[in-house]
Design a protein around this ligand. Structure first.
Ligand SMILES: *[C@@H]1O[C@H](CO)[C@@H](O)[C@H](O)[C@H]1NC(C)=O
Length: 293
C-alpha cells in the first residue's frame, strides 16, 4: 500500500478456510490508521500480532458450530460429517512470544456497544464474519440477535444486531472491492472505480479482503471486460490488475476514512477451499447449488 494510511496486512494463514472456526476471528488483529501499534498495548503487554505461528491448543475451539445459528451450510464442516476436529484447535502464537488477552466475547460486545462492524469481501470475509458471530453468540447465548434480511440472503449484504448490546455486524459481499458495472458491451470490472464504497461508510470497524476471485477465468469469472481509465481490455495480468484495484481501494480509504475514527483492517488472502480432500464440502457434491463466494 503506497500511502501513509497504514493497513497492516494480516496474514491469515488459514489452512482450511472453509472449515476454520475460532482461529479465524481471533486472527483479526489490529491495525489502527497511521500507526503500527502492538495489539495488546492497552492491556499492558507488548505483542506484535503480525508475526507468529499457529499452535495446537486443546482448549479451543471457542464455539461449537453445531449450536451456532450463524454458520452457513457451505462452511459447516461438522454438519457435513467432517470426522476430524484437530483443525478447530489452533491458536495464534505471536513471535516473540507474548500473551495477548484471550478472546472475551462479552467484553467485546460491551466495548462495541452502539457500533457497527463491517466485513467487506469474499468467502474469507464471510467465513470470519460468521466465526466472529459464533464467538459472540457463544459468549452471550441468550442475547437476542436480529438477522436482516430474514432470508439470510447475503447478496449484497446481511446484518446481525445483538439487540441489547446495540452491536451491529454486517457482511458486505464484494469479490473484487472495486466495481463491476453492467454496460451494453457486457460486465466491466473497473479497476479505478469503487462507488460501492458509499455503502461501507458509517461503519466503526471495517475488515476487507480480496484476491480469491482475481485469478478466475472462464465461467467462474463474473466479468467480461476489464477497464482502467479509458482503456478497456478483454483481459490483463491478474496480479497487476489486483495491484491497481488495491491502490484504488487504498485511495478510497485515504479519502474517506483517514479523517474518521473508523478502524480499518485488511485480511490476507484465502486459498482455494473446495479441494474437499479432508471432507470439506466440495463444489458439485454436497455443496451443490451453493455458489462459492
Ligand atoms: C445504538 O447505537 C446507535 C449508534 O451509536 C445510537 O444512535 C442509538 O441511540 C443506540 N441505541 C440504543 C438503544 O442505545
Amino acid at each position: 500500500m503506497r500511502r501513509r494510511t497504514v493497513i497492516a496486512a494480516t496474514i491469515v494463514a488459514l489452512l482450511l478456510v472453509a472449515c476454520t472456526a475460532a482461529a479465524a476471528a481471533a486472527a483479526l488483529t489490529i491495525s489502527k490508521k497511521n500507526q503500527h501499534r502492538p495489539a495488546s498495548e492497552s492491556s499492558g503487554g507488548s505483542c506484535d500480532m503480525f508475526a507468529g505461528a499457529w499452535l495446537a491448543d486443546e482448549s479451543y475451539p471457542l464455539y461449537d458450530s453445531a449450536s451456532c445459528p450463524f454458520v452457513r451450510g457451505e462452511f459447516d464442516c461438522r454438519r457435513f460429517s467432517r470426522p476430524d476436529k484437530q483443525y478447530l484447535k489452533y491458536r495464534w502464537q505471536p513471535s516473540p512470544p507474548c500473551s495477548p488477552p484471550r478472546f472475551d466475547g462479552l467484553a467485546l460486545l460491551r466495548m462495541w456497544g452502539g457500533k457497527k462492524v463491517m466485513f467487506v469481501g469474499d468467502s474469507l470475509a464471510l467465513n470470519q464474519y460468521e466465526s466472529l458471530l459464533c464467538m459472540l453468540h457463544a459468549a452471550a447465548p441468550d442475547a437476542r440477535a436480529t438477522v436482516s434480511p430474514r432470508s439470510g440472503r447475503i447478496d449484497p449484504a446481511t446484518t446481525v444486531t445483538f439487540d441489547e448490546y446495540n452491536v451491529t455486524l454486517v457482511y458486505y459481499l464484494s469479490h473484487y472491492l472495486v466495481d463491476i458495472v453492467s454496460e451494453k458491451a457486457g460486465r466491466v470490472l473497473k479497476l479505478d472505480k469503487i462507488d460501492e464504497g458509499r455503502n461501507w461508510l458509517g461503519a466503526d470497524v471495517l475488515v476487507f479482503d480480496s484476491w480469491h476471485w482475481w485469478p478466475r477465468s472462464g465461467k467462474d469469472q463474473p466479468w467480461d471486460y476489464i477497464q482502467e481509465g479509458s482503456q478497456v481490455a478483454k483481459d490483463m495480468d491478474r496480479t497487476a490488475a489486483f495491484t491497481k484495484a488495491l491502490n484504488t481501494w487504498a485511495g478510497w480509504v485515504d479519502a474517506n476514512l483517514v479523517q474518521t475514527s473508523a478502524k480499518v483492517f485488511f485480511q490476507g488472502i484465502s486459498p482455494s477451499h473446495y479441494r474437499g480432500k479432508n471432507g470439506a464440502p466440495r463444489r458439485g457434491s454436497r455443496a451443490r447449488g451453493r455458489r462459492s463466494r
